[in-house]
Design a protein around this ligand. Structure first.
Ligand SMILES: [Zn+2]
Length: 355
């Protein structure tokens, strides 16, 4: 609970408690969603840049592009320009003040303490409704290792309305030096329409792993009711992927996580998680670096791969075609042959003892 969380000194004065927000702690299942609603309500009044971002979201231009049986949504969103073009090389990161550290946040920005180490903040440049950034209280590097269970827990706390996402430090995170996740309303996430068309890879008690068929991006789909097993299998996949791609650090990937309440065979209700894992080969496609008129300012991260392609330049938004998107995804996603090897090794479930 927010009032019980330990808080590093720098965040003091930034955190709102239930009593500040007028949220009553009764009804455990509703508590975090109620807090998030109250946070947005409070921050919209207090923080003009957030109010501007929320108003801008209601006016973004959207158009559909079909890629085979999948429909992608292009979103023209000029407020994303800074994030799309963020310089993420080490030198640039050293020189800029970190925009997720409390001393550099806008004066009006406030958040909710979560799970002792995290703070939930409203994203002032939203792509979807109720777009949140969940930041670690310390300035520590973006890394998934040891953090899976926090993602699963928060997905469960915010279920069923929200999803969470994780962008790897070399494939979409605009602050790879400061650990953070994002969350938003999941109602309009296009990839969710493609789950039915899948091929089973692993089936064991409390967990299945499938691959999504006829989706233009190689994707693994985990369904699980067993939180520890799910977390262990994701960690195992990361190790296989690191081996296949010669990654000395975390392999390149984006994750989408959400939860629902399941009631198998009429037994007690419990949580069921869905995780989408997009293995990556590159951060940005060649068109990002091209000169005009070939340039397309698209820098794919989890949301783009899940079907909402964010484009901050209007002319690029109008010009991009299905063929462009196919080329972009083929450049940034794991090559199909490597994905096949990943699937085979996940199926074979080599015994990795280290996570
Ligand atoms: Zn920081």
């Amino acid at each position: 609970m927010s009032t019980e969380a330990s808080v590093s000194g720098a965040w003091e004065g930034r955190l709102l408690r239930d009593e500040d927000l007028g949220v009553r702690s009764s009804g455990e299942g509703l508590a975090w969603r109620a807090r998030v609603e109250a946070l947005f309500h409070e921050q919209r009044k207090r923080w003009p840049a957030l109010a501007h971002g929320l108003d801008a979201l209601s006016h973004v231009l959207v158009r559909e592009v079909s890629l085979g049986s999948a429909t992608f949504l292009l979103q023209y969103n000029p407020l994303r320009l800074t994030s799309t073009t963020a310089a993420v090389d080490e030198e640039a990161l050293r020189r800029r003040p970190c925009f997720l550290c409390p001393e550099n946040l806008p004066a009006e920005e406030r958040g909710l303490a979560y799970a002792r180490e995290y703070v939930i903040l409203c994203n002032p440049s939203p792509i979807l409704e109720r777009h949140l950034t969940i930041v670690h209280q310390e300035h520590i590097p973006q890394a998934l290792r040891g953090r899976c269970e926090v993602l699963l827990d928060l997905a469960a706390e915010l279920s069923p309305d929200f999803f969470l996402l994780y962008n790897g430090p070399r494939c979409g995170a605009s602050a790879p030096d400061h650990l953070h996740f994002q969350a938003a309303r999941r109602a309009r996430l296009p990839i969710a329409r493609n789950f039915a068309d899948r091929q089973l890879v692993v089936s064991e008690p409390g967990l299945t792993i499938s691959r999504i068929v006829s989706y233009p991006i190689p994707t693994l789909l985990y369904h699980a009711t067993d939180r520890e097993r799910l977390s262990a299998r994701i960690s195992e996949t990361l190790l296989i992927l690191a081996d296949l791609t010669d990654a000395s650090e975390e392999p390149m990937l984006n994750l989408i996580v959400f939860a629902d309440t399941a009631s198998p065979e009429g037994r007690d209700h419990h949580q069921a998680w869905t995780v989408l894992l997009f293995p990556r080969a590159r951060h940005r496609p060649s068109c990002f670096f091209a000169e005009e008129p070939e340039r397309l300012l698209i820098s794919p991260a989890a949301l783009d791969l899940a079907g909402i392609v964010v484009i901050p330049i209007r002319e690029h938004f109008e010009r991009v075609t299905a063929r462009d998107l196919h080329r972009i995804f083929s450049e940034v996603a794991l090559p199909v042959e490597t994905f096949e090897r990943l699937v085979e090794r996940v199926r074979a479930r080599r015994n990795f003892t280290q996570i």
